[in-house]
Design a protein around this ligand. Structure first.
Ligand SMILES: C[S@@+](CC[C@H](N)C(=O)[O-])C[C@H]1O[C@@H](n2cnc3c(N)ncnc32)[C@H](O)[C@@H]1O
Ligand code: SF4
Ligand code: SF4
Length: 348
């Protein structure tokens, strides 16, 4: 397994001389952790899912979350991050932040260290996965690499929601089930959504899955607003090059069943999105057009994304992809993504 080698990182422009102070950041530099939280299936609270995935700020338990003086949204480690960016104009973890995709610029230079609103709550409902994609955690290693529980436990979830309410969090803009496993491996994902939705009905709830499952209509009665299906290809032979152990027919059946359930349950507002990562083996005009037609016939939105890593499409960059889509596939989306380090063999 190849995890990020923090010590070996040399910033653009060369290493800083020993003892020299780093230059202050531009005012308004910030990162997703200032207004967001990422919770893993076993309760770990990492510094988001990019290079900070192994920097565990705390481990959540129901007991901790139910303590009256434990305020998750304004956890001292999160306040440290806010203070560093917004008040001191420095990176909280220079060796990591300097190469983290989650750094943002152009925000407000300063703000309160405490919050009553979360922009994003990212939850890894399950650490396990039914597929074995080559740049992700190897299927056979998953249980060795992390301690259990492998699925978010009900007690932890209830205590987490209670913690947010107890400490006056009025709004959570987005709850996203994703992480480094597949959210649908959780045996009760619909129930997790439902419990959250009852308390925060205005939150946009989304989940990103590989779609190699039987579709459960209960998901569309749970408050879920956006279901994103990662399927990279429009033909089985190219699809399985990355989505090992997957089956393209199973994914298209999942999408069809989801589209039918959305109709039958009368939830036209639910977004169904097919996320297609462009690799060198699935980026021909012909195959992209096949996906475009298939997406239209099933009734799902189609988004194409680029990856910076091994196998990446050599045909496209953001500009040429945008041009190709406007020329041939005007209803498809070009979704620039901020890439997480999946933790393995991430060299391109
Ligand atoms: C680790 S996956 C977990 C969610 C789900 N199992 C899936 O694959 O969509 C998290 C995100 O990484 C994306 N991803 C997987 N492999 C990738 C790659 N080689 N390059 C860029 N993104 C990738 C997925 O599409 C998904 O949005
Ligand atoms: S920029 Fe730094 S603080 Fe923010 S998520 Fe990345 S590693 Fe964590
Ligand atoms: S990228 Fe998603 S589908 Fe592929 S192995 Fe990782 S968690 Fe599973």
């Amino acid at each position: 397994m190849r995890l990020p080698v923090v010590e070996a990182y040399v910033p653009p422009g060369g290493a800083r001389p020993v003892g020299a102070e780093p230059a202050p950041l531009a005012p308004g530099t910030s990162c997703v952790m200032c207004d967001g939280l990422y919770v893993k299936a076993n309760g770990e609270l990492p510094c988001w899912c990019d290079v900070g995935e192994d920097l565990i700020l705390d481990v959540l338990t129901p007991q901790k979350l139910l303590q009256p003086d434990y305020d998750l949204t304004n956890h001292p480690r999160i306040q440290e991050i806010r203070r560093a960016f917004q008040h001191d104009q420095r990176y909280p973890f220079p060796e990591l932040c300097g190469r983290c995709a989650m750094v943002e610029t152009g925000g407000q230079p300063a703000g309160e260290l405490t919050r009553s609103r979360l922009a994003i709550l990212h939850v890894e409902s399950s650490w396990l996965c039914n597929l074995d994609c080559p740049l992700c955690i190897p299927k056979a290693e998953r249980k060795r690499l992390k301690t259990s529980p492998y699925h978010v436990e009900k007690d932890t979830w209830v205590a987490l929601i209670h913690n947010l309410r107890m400490h006056g969090v009025e709004q959570v803009d987005v709850l996203h089930f994703e992480g480094r496993g597949d959210p649908l491996m959780h045996p009760h994902l619909a129930h997790l959504c439902q419990m959250f939705h009852v308390v925060y009905p205005l939150t946009t709830i989304m989940a990103t899955t590989n779609g190699n499952f039987r579709f459960d209509p209960a998901l569309f009665e749970s408050g879920l607003n956006h279901l994103r299906i990662s399927a990279d290809g429009a033909r089985n032979e190219s699809y399985v090059q990355y989505r090992r152990d997957g089956d393209f027919a199973r994914v298209t059946a999942f999408m069809r069943d989801a589209a039918a359930a959305r109709r039958e349950l009368e939830h036209p507002e639910i977004v169904l999105e097919w996320k297609y990562i462009l690799f060198e083996w699935n980026d021909s005009d012909e195959e992209m057009l096949e996906a475009y037609e298939l997406a239209h016939s099933i009734g799902v939105d189609l988004s194409f994304c680029l990856t910076p890593w091994a196998g990446k499409s050599l045909r496209f960059d953001q500009a040429s992809l945008a041009e190709k889509l406007s020329e041939l596939m005007p209803r498809a989306h070009n979704r620039p993504t901020r890439h997480v380090e999946l933790g393995l063999d991430a060299g391109s």
